[in-house]
Ligand binder design. Structure first.
Ligand SMILES: *[C@@H]1O[C@H](CO)[C@@H](O)[C@H](O)[C@H]1NC(C)=O
Ligand SMILES: *[C@@H]1O[C@H](CO)[C@@H](O)[C@H](O)[C@H]1NC(C)=O
Ligand SMILES: *[C@@H]1O[C@H](CO)[C@@H](O)[C@H](O)[C@H]1NC(C)=O
Ligand SMILES: *[C@@H]1O[C@H](CO)[C@@H](O)[C@H](O)[C@H]1NC(C)=O
Ligand SMILES: *[C@@H]1O[C@H](CO)[C@@H](O)[C@H](O)[C@H]1NC(C)=O
Length: 765
């Protein structure tokens, strides 16, 4: 650090110190509003500690009460009363209550649950225009969702569960174009859902269970981000909803859905939970659902699904809950479902299965019923207006063997049975699979509290650092702490008093950048926390002493210790195995997926390079240099997401070949070689492959990776695969490799016939 800027820093410090008494204190009008809220809520016990002396911004948060301030203004307010709170007294006025809330103009997150609030939503809610997340569950709010709610342009999450709202879900919902989570569980909404739902492209979670909604759903296939759909306990139907490909959870229990499963249900490769229980479904059960790559929970109970089950059917190892009861299924119990594992649940009573207990009907019962059910779809077709009726074969056996043909590919692929679970990143456990969100979602950055909690990442929560702290950590930004220099500034290594290491990025800002809304950027940066990113830990501003504009911005990141991906691939004696390489590639792809879709707005065109992928002590890959919001050019080009896919292809090529790719010329040559290798067979395939891994990997696994690599490197952006597609292929390659390794070990031990059908009981992870 030059002497000049050092003096500037000291001056800044001085200015900061002089200002300190004011910076952390809440504006008195906001403190006053909080005390008024306490009074209007009738002094609930959760607020019993609030008084005129309370330092609201610095009180310790707890699950029932959290106030978050930014500068001197409240940005988040969470108050959660005791369960089953009765309604507030007659004197309570929801109107005055909201008037008081509007005195907190910077409120972004508002969570007021179980507080006994009653009344209709007042129109002045529209004045809280900064709101991003609203949770007012478990109150006694009633009336319609008024139009003013739809003028809250920044709204991303709206949760009004367990209230008494009624009427239709308004058409104007489509105005909330950032809406990612909508949950209206347990109200009395009625009528059909508006067509305008189909434009809510940011929507990830849609929960409308326990209302009185009816009719068919609008086409949701354009909602490509939709992951959770929970419509349980309504009168919806009869047609199965049309959904985008990313959906992870489909809960349709207790409705009036009928007809058969859509034929392409088995191509929802991210599907983790499917519950269609207690509807009027008829027709063949799709056994392929049992082996969907992500499936964990499957419930088809209480329908009239037909078909034959076989002992040799294949199931996903992660399948924890299967309920087939009260259908018209015949045949034998699949071995893969009847393992003795304590944690797995398999229910099958009231079918016509061939087992020796009293839980089953005679097979004639299912035949008669199936015949009767065969008539149903025709009736329903007329009602719903000319949709092709499912051809429902009366004889279940025929039907199932037809659907088995479609599955042939899957079976062949799964034949290489997986004896041990592949080493996956540790999964969070969903305690009640039937009503929890999939773990993927819980990891999402957008959720309340998520950025505040230490959470599953195991790194400290995001905070602001003082310049003093950073100077101490870097020995006054000594050159020995300098790790690198880029076009935007330097990167330092730092060590805090408690011994923890940091990477500190120092960004020099132009005067012109000062007009930017830094708070907004910082808010985005604070969300950049994910297993496969070098995550943000905090920031620090340095101000110009003259006009107190921001001169430098320090961004503090976790320090990752195990070198770059390149050094772990090309340095002899240091080389990752094939399995490690695949899981590293999976990590990078997940990092890209997070940057694109895990935060709003997504970060694209991240200029990904193998030298910017770092490995931690557990060899977890982390993307270290991404398109930081402060620096991001406002790019509006087409196919932005595919730029990262191309760069990923380059990284993958280096992973396979083990040779550093330095120039575009080199890249072109290697790409051609890759293409030739893919069509060649046997050892000829391997001319491009790193000899170290060539000895360890099976042909099939290698080929899958090479093919996806080549697709990533397509010159035509639209030809490149989506990041989900990439992930699926890599995970498949890992499974194949894992089972090949298992097989080859086993065949050394015994001479087990390779055509032996898969034997299930899989060890649980
Ligand atoms: C009030 O503050 C005390 C001491 O800080 C703490 O132990 C107690 O849990 C708080 N009460 C509530 C309801 O938050
Ligand atoms: C909304 O608040 C309720 C009650 O505090 C809580 O149980 C629920 O998890 C919250 N919803 C979300 C999505 O955070
Ligand atoms: C529905 O909400 C009410 C409060 O409005 C609550 O008492 C009830 O337990 C909730 N029902 C379910 C099934 O969650
Ligand atoms: C299944 O088909 C429906 C309707 O043809 C379509 O909307 C949906 O996107 C398809 N799903 C998949 C996973 O291909
Ligand atoms: C499963 O078993 C049935 C009869 O028991 C047989 O027809 C079918 O070919 C077998 N399928 C596979 C994939 O082995």
């Amino acid at each position: 650090m030059s002497p000049g800027s050092y003096i500037a820093c000291l001056l800044t410090l001085f200015v900061v110190l002089v200002l300190v008494p004011n910076t952390n204190e809440l504006q008195s009008s906001e403190a006053w509003s909080l005390l008024r809220i306490q009074r209007l809520l009738n002094y609930p016990s959760v607020l019993s500690n609030w008084s005129t002396n309370t330092d609201f911004c610095n009180a310790d948060p707890n699950p029932y009460l959290t106030v978050v301030c930014y500068e001197d203004s409240i940005t988040q307010l969470h108050i959660s009363g005791s369960e089953n709170s009765p309604p507030l007294p007659r004197s309570f006025s929801i109107d005055s209550f909201f008037t008081t809330l509007t005195r907190l103009p910077n409120l972004k997150v508002l969570s007021l649950t179980s507080l006994g609030l009653w009344g209709p939503l007042p129109a002045k809610i529209s004045r809280l225009s900064s709101l991003e997340i609203v949770n007012m569950s478990s109150n006694y709010l009633y009336g319609a969702i008024i139009q003013q709610v739809f003028s809250l342009d920044n709204l991303q999450t709206l949760i009004l569960d367990h209230n008494m709202f009624s009427g239709r879900v308004p058409d104007a919902i489509s105005k909330l174009h950032l809406l990612a989570v909508l949950s209206l569980r347990n109200n009395t909404f009625s009528g059909p859902l508006p067509k305008s739902f189909s434009v809510l492209e940011s929507l990830r979670v849609l929960v409308l269970s326990s209302n009185s909604l009816s009719g068919d759903l609008p086409d949701l296939s354009r909602l490509t981000n939709l992951q959770v759909l929970n419509l349980e306990n309504n009168y919806l139907g009869p047609n199965f909803p049309r959904l985008g490909r990313k959906v992870a959870s489909i809960m349709l229990s207790k409705n009036m859905f009928g007809g058969g499963f859509p034929a392409n249900l088995s191509s929802y490769y991210l599907l983790e939970q499917l519950d269609v229980s207690f509807n009027r479904f008829v027709g063949p059960f799709l056994p392929s659902l049992l082996s969907l790559p992500s499936i964990r929970y499957l419930n088809i109970a209480g329908n009239r699904f037909t078909g034959m089950l076989f002992r040799n059917m294949t199931c996903n190892d992660d399948l924890m809950f299967v309920d087939l009861s009260s259908n018209l299924l015949s045949g034998k119990l699949p071995t893969c479902l009847t393992s003795d594992s304590k944690n797995k649940v398999f229910l099958y009573s009231s079918n016509c299965l061939r087992i020796k207990d009293h839980s089953q009907h005679p097979s004639s019962f299912c035949q008669t019923q199936a015949l009767a059910a065969g008539i149903l779809p025709h009736k329903e077709m007329r009602v719903s207006g000319g949709r092709t009726a499912m051809a429902v074969g009366a004889a279940g056996g025929i039907v199932v063997s037809v659907s088995l043909v479609g599955l042939a590919v899957f079976f062949v692929l799964r034949r290489i049975n997986i004896k041990r679970p592949m080493k996956k990143p540790p999964r969070r456990i969903v305690e009640h699979a039937s009503n929890g969100y999939p773990p993927k979602l819980l990891a999402d950055a957008r959720y309340i509290y998520q950025t505040m909690k230490l959470g599953a990442l195991g790194i400290p929560s995001y905070r602001s650092f003082s310049l003093e702290e950073l100077e101490a950590a870097t020995n006054n930004f000594e050159t020995s702490s300098l790790m690198g220099k880029g076009s935007h500034g330097q990167l330092y290594r730092g060590k805090l008093k408690d011994g923890s290491l940091l990477a500190i990025r120092c960004l020099k800002l132009k005067k012109s950048q000062n007009s930017q809304n830094f708070n907004h950027h910082i808010e985005l940066i604070s969300k950049l926390r994910y297993h496969h990113l070098v995550s943000a830990l905090g920031h620090c501003f340095e101000y110009h002493p003259d006009d107190s504009s921001v001169s430098r911005l320090f961004l503090i990141f976790e320090y990752v210790t195990n070198g770059t991906l390149r050094s772990n691939i090309s340095v002899e004696g240091h080389k990752l195995t094939w399995m490690q390489r695949i899981s590293t590639a999976i990590g990078v792809a997940k990092g890209i997926q997070f940057l694109h879709g895990g935060i709003i707005p997504g970060l694209f065109a991240n200029d990904l390079k193998i030298t910017n992928i770092l490995l931690d002590q557990n060899l977890i890959a982390k993307i270290s240099s991404y398109n930081l919001p402060v620096l991001a050019e406002n790019m509006k080009a087409m196919h932005l997401d595919t730029i990262d896919i191309y760069d990923f292809g380059v990284i993958l090529l280096e992973i396979v070949s083990g040779r550093p790719i330095i120039s575009t010329n080199e890249l072109d040559i290697m790409k051609d070689e890759l293409q030739e290798n893919i069509v060649a067979d046997g050892t000829a395939r391997r001319s491009i492959v790193d000899p170290v891994i060539s000895r360890q990997c099976c042909d099939e696994s290698l080929k899958v990776v090479m093919e996806i690599c080549l697709r990533c490197l397509s010159e035509e952006p639209t030809q490149r695969p989506s990041v989900e597609d990439v992930l699926w292929n890599l995970q498949f390659a890992a499974q194949v490799q894992e089972s090949w390794r298992g097989d080859s070990q086993r065949s050394e031990e015994s001479s087990l016939s390779p055509s032996q059908p898969p034997q299930s009981p899989i060890i649980l992870n």
